[in-house]
Design a binder for this molecule. Structure first.
Ligand SMILES: [Zn+2]
Length: 320
């Protein structure tokens, strides 16, 4: 296991919807302390102090929105792992803090519902879309990215990368084609965040993602929302797990109808119970690998019935 130097830096506090609860949080961690008192000679007159940036004006129309209480920036160098179901390195949430994550989209009816619920509550989440789905519904993925949510990756076709017969090469292709597809469909920089399908983490691929500087997200609590028969069941599963854990990264699926219908009420209940939403942002955008971008472009061309070689289809009949 590598000792990752990756870390999380608090970048902003309190976008909380103009609500009275919007309070500035103390910044608990700073990396790199500056030696403030070391000047041996009289320091020059300080430059005009940079004006303290005013708190960003809230554009949230909902005074009761849960908002975003804190935004964290994640340095994905070395591929840090998050989510206590599988990793134990980075405990960055305080009690009552929740990170919302949505997998397996974008999907036609469900993802827009999730986006609306998040927008109505002026809050942000992280999405882990499937590459293929991103190519089906690029306009929906664009909406996700444009709304300010973080867009990670969840392979090209959601194969279990730990299954029998899966080679490392094939698994890398699944990962990288997914990354290329999501980046191309989103039409803007996406995050070096990755979640393994079925939360199965083959060690050699964990190493690979480390070399690619892509952070791995398991979860603190899996909602198992796909087993819920009604939206209320999704909410109950999540609320009871949160009660137990007190905080955490929650895994849901924007692909699931019941989840899409549950998010609006879920957010209200979270607010009522005093939970706060933390938004994760990547410090750097993901870098796609050109050969997989290329592979994707080639596969996007339409196949035809004819497989004949060009020389037998097109021949010069005049000139040279
Ligand atoms: Zn999935």
């Amino acid at each position: 296991m590598r000792a990752s130097a990756a870390c999380i830096v608090l970048v902003s506090a309190s976008l909380a919807a103009g609500a009275a609860s919007a309070q500035l949080l103390p910044s608990p961690r700073t990396t790199g302390t500056s030696s403030a008192n070391a000047a041996p000679s009289a320091p020059p007159a300080p430059a005009p102090a940079p004006a303290v940036a005013p708190a960003p004006a809230s554009t949230c129309a909902n005074p009761d929105a849960i908002g975003v209480s804190r935004t964290v920036e994640i340095d994905t160098t070395g591929g840090p792992g998050f989510g206590f179901e599988h990793f134990r390195q980075h405990d960055f949430l305080k009690n009552k803090e929740v990170v919302l994550t949505f997998d397996d989209g974008p999907w036609l009816d469900t993802t827009p519902k999730v986006l609306k619920a998040l927008a109505d509550q002026c809050t942000k989440a992280t999405f882990f879309p499937i590459g293929k789905h991103a190519t089906y519904y690029p306009e929906i993925l664009k909406q996700v990215a444009e709304a300010g949510h973080s867009v990670g990756n969840h392979t090209w076709s959601h194969q279990d990368l730990a299954k029998k017969g899966m080679t490392v090469e094939k698994a890398k292709e699944e990962i990288e084609k997914g990354i290329s597809a999501v980046r191309a469909s989103a039409g803007q920089p996406t995050a070096p965040f990755f979640r393994f399908p079925a939360l199965r983490h083959p060690p050699e691929l964990v190493t690979y993602l480390g070399e690619r500087n892509i952070a791995i997200f398991s979860t603190d609590m899996d909602s198992f929302d796909f087993t819920a028969r009604k939206p209320e069941q999704v909410i109950n599963k999540i609320m009871s797990k949160l009660e137990k854990h007190g905080k955490g990264i929650v895994l849901m699926h924007d692909f699931q109808k019941n989840t899409a219908e549950a998010v609006a009420d879920l957010l209200k209940q979270l607010k009522d119970k005093g939970y706060k939403i933390v938004h994760m942002k990547a410090r750097d955008p993901i870098k796609t690998l050109p050969q997989y971008d290329q592979m994707l472009v080639q596969e996007q061309k339409l196949p035809t019935v004819s497989q004949r070689p060009t020389a037998s289809v097109v021949r010069t009949i005049e000139g040279n």
